[in-house]
Design a protein around this ligand. Structure first.
Ligand code: PLP
Length: 457
């Protein structure tokens, strides 16, 4: 088989500013050892997130020029609505400025004190919005998904038995909605099978509960279904996407992921009564229902991006480049969540740095060193992001300590990825020299964004 090449030519380039290791050591110290606080210009390869970092196509940029900025009834809204409806089949499509705005509306209406919301794994903003409403967020990930070293095709699956038991024990009246996140971002970008989505729907039906999909990476998930799930090999990506959404009563979406744009999102729903409540809140917090916190041009770019995201040559290149990075570092002995997910490689910090205990943030230590070694920016997903404290103030670690290296869509080429692999392998070789970190500042909610640290002596 020949090399899988990037399925695009480059028409516009953005220079990378190179820094020395000495400069980066100083920059990181100034940033309180938090990669989120480093200036973008000081980063060589930015794998902090795949969110809003996509390169848009020539056609999307043409759409930006062609966008209709009418306050009400914009042509671009109708193109956006048609594109989203075609995939989700939902009756009402509400544009939002990003995914969390859709979550805020959804949980303001459906959440609140005493309510509990199950998900395979809540993403951090989803969990934060559930909890901010006063409700409780519960993760019911399948067992294999909790073991980074075990390989399985669909490690993002919901634990169906647990979901059933959970609903019986919690009481249907306390559960306003069941969520399923595709692919499972916090759990390693792992896909959810069609069978699992169908089974989740069956449970929801049994108890009369609505199912909402956190759809951020729906197309990447569909590609995994096509490649791994029997019966889907001859279906188009669009057909698979349509089937996924056919089991849901609504969806939240960050268009900054699988719509190939830099800003945007939606909340879709079938129920007219719910839609009315969502829209009323939208008008207060986002804007009029035909723009919802976006410009007409943004809606135009999303509509175009939704067509491009389901192209198979794109998905093959996309999923393969992530897998390629994973294979290269695994061959050098670096422990990662296996198999590689769709949008990111997740380094297993517990096995990478067993000498640093969870309360000294092994993931943070690795993320810091990747920056110093090669100007590569990743993000800790472990005790910094999800750590809690018990009543005595003792830290309670989440089940996994990870470093996520998320790959922006259509931005980096194979040589960039080769460079990243070299940097990771170099840090791995010198891992015994790494020390842990402690907080010097931590905010009470979503603390990873603004926290400051110092190395532990
Ligand atoms: C990014 C993301 C969100 C939130 O979307 P934003 O556009 O960042 O607000 C929600 N869920 C998942 C799974 C995500 O990856």
């Amino acid at each position: 088989m020949k090399t899988i090449i990037e399925p695009f030519k480059i028409k516009s380039v953005e220079p990378i500013r190179f820094t020395t290791k000495e400069e980066r050591t100083e920059i990181l110290k100034e940033a309180g050892y938090n990669p989120f606080l480093i200036h973008g210009d000081d980063v060589i390869i930015d794998l902090l997130t795949d969110s809003g970092t996509s390169a848009m196509s020539a056609k999307q940029w043409a759409g930006i020029m062609d966008g209709d900025e009418s306050y009400a009834g914009s042509r671009s809204f109708y193109r956006f609505e048609k594109a989203v409806k075609e995939i989700t089949g939902d009756k009402i499509i509400i544009p939002t400025h990003q995914g969390r705005a859709a979550e805020k509306i959804l949980f303001t209406i459906l959440g609140g004190k005493g309510k509990v919301i199950p998900n395979n794994t809540h993403f951090d903003t989803t969990r934060a919005n559930v909890e901010f409403s006063g409700a409780e967020a519960v993760d019911l990930l399948c067992e294999v998904g909790k073991h980074p070293e075990q390989r399985a095709d669909f490690k993002g699956n919901m634990d169906i038995e647990k979901l059933d038991k959970f609903i019986q024990e919690t009481g249907v009246e306390n559960i306003p909605v069941v969520m399923i996140t595709i692919t499972n971002n916090s759990g390693g970008g792992q896909p959810v099978s069609m069978q699992n989505i169908r089974d989740t729907k069956e449970i929801c039906k049994k108890y009369g509960l609505p199912l909402f999909i956190d759809a951020c990476r729906f197309s990447e998930n569909a590609y995994f279904i096509k490649k791994r799930e029997p019966g889907y090999e001859n279906k188009t990506i669009k057909e698979i996407c349509q089937e996924i959404f056919s089991y849901a009563d609504g969806s939240t979406m960050s268009a900054k992921k699988d719509a190939l744009v830099n800003i945007g999102g939606w909340l879709s729903v079938n129920d007219e009564e719910l839609a009315t409540q969502f829209r009323n809140l939208l008008i207060v917090t986002e804007g009029f229902p035909t723009y919802g916190g976006l410009a007409g041009r943004d809606l135009e770019a999303i509509a175009q991006g939704l067509e491009e995201i389901m192209e198979e040559s794109y998905l093959q290149y996309r999923i393969r480049s992530t897998e390629y990075l994973g294979e290269k570092i695994v061959a050098a002995g670096v422990p990662i969540i296996e198999p590689p997910g769709g949008h990111a490689i997740y380094i297993d910090a517990k096995r990478f740095l067993p000498s640093v205990p969870p309360h000294q943030f092994p993931g943070q230590a690795i993320a810091c060193e990747l920056y110093i070694e090669g100007g590569v920016r990743g993000v800790e997903i472990g005790s910094v992001m999800f750590g809690k404290y018990d009543k005595a103030g003792k830290p309670v670690a989440p089940s996994m300590e990870l470093v996520r290296l998320a790959i922006p869509r259509r931005v980096y080429t194979q040589s960039h990825i080769d460079y990243v692999a070299e940097v990771i392998i170099e840090v791995f070789k010198n891992r015994e020299k790494l020390s842990g970190y402690e907080f010097t500042y931590a905010a009470p909610i979503l603390r990873h964004f603004t926290a400051r640290f110092k190395p532990v002596d």
